[in-house]
Design a protein around this ligand. Structure first.
Ligand SMILES: [Fe+2]
Ligand SMILES: [Fe+2]
Length: 158
């Protein structure tokens, strides 16, 4: 079973690839629509499952709290950027500029997770050598994938 670190890295690499492809799209095209749908649902489910399976364990330990809180705060910030873009027309002239700002922030976030947070987590919650946390993440991500639309609506009502 892949460890939580391998599982998250695989997702991040998929997100990097989608972002690079999205950055090359133009206007209200089939490519932009399809790639954005994939990115939107996958990233939203990833972040929710990451908080439930991974950051919850980091935050439960005193030494992991600063890193855990920092990342969860970044999730909130990214969520707003993603939701803002999701509600924008694909044909809008400002779409690409806003997308690129999101791309930069998101790439910074996952790089920090891989380079700094994972190192701290290995000390605090361990190597996950049997992949138990990885499996927990994968299962939660499936459930969260089904809740993305519902949660977005709730966030708008708040
Ligand atoms: Fe994250
Ligand atoms: Fe992540």
């Amino acid at each position: 079973m892949p460890t939580i670190y391998q599982t998250l890295k695989t997702d991040h690499d998929k997100h990097r690839d989608l972002l690079a492809k999205l950055a090359k799209t133009q206007g209200d095209s089939e490519d932009r629509r399809k790639l954005w749908q994939t990115f939107y649902y996958d990233v939203s489910a990833h972040a929710a499952a990451e908080e439930l399976s991974f950051y919850s364990k980091l935050i439960a330990e005193s030494e992991g709290q600063p890193e855990g809180r920092h990342s969860v705060a970044e999730h909130h910030e990214l969520e707003e950027m993603i939701q803002g873009l999701h509600e924008m027309k694909f044909s809008s002239p400002g779409w690409l500029a806003r997308f690129k700002a999101l791309q930069e922030r998101y790439e910074h976030h996952i790089e920090e997770e891989e380079k700094e947070i994972f190192e701290k987590a290995r000390q605090v919650i361990g190597a996950d050598s049997k992949g138990a946390i990885g499996a927990e993440f994968t299962s939660l991500k499936k459930t969260e994938r089904g809740k993305v639309d519902e949660k977005a609506e709730q966030a708008l009502e708040d």
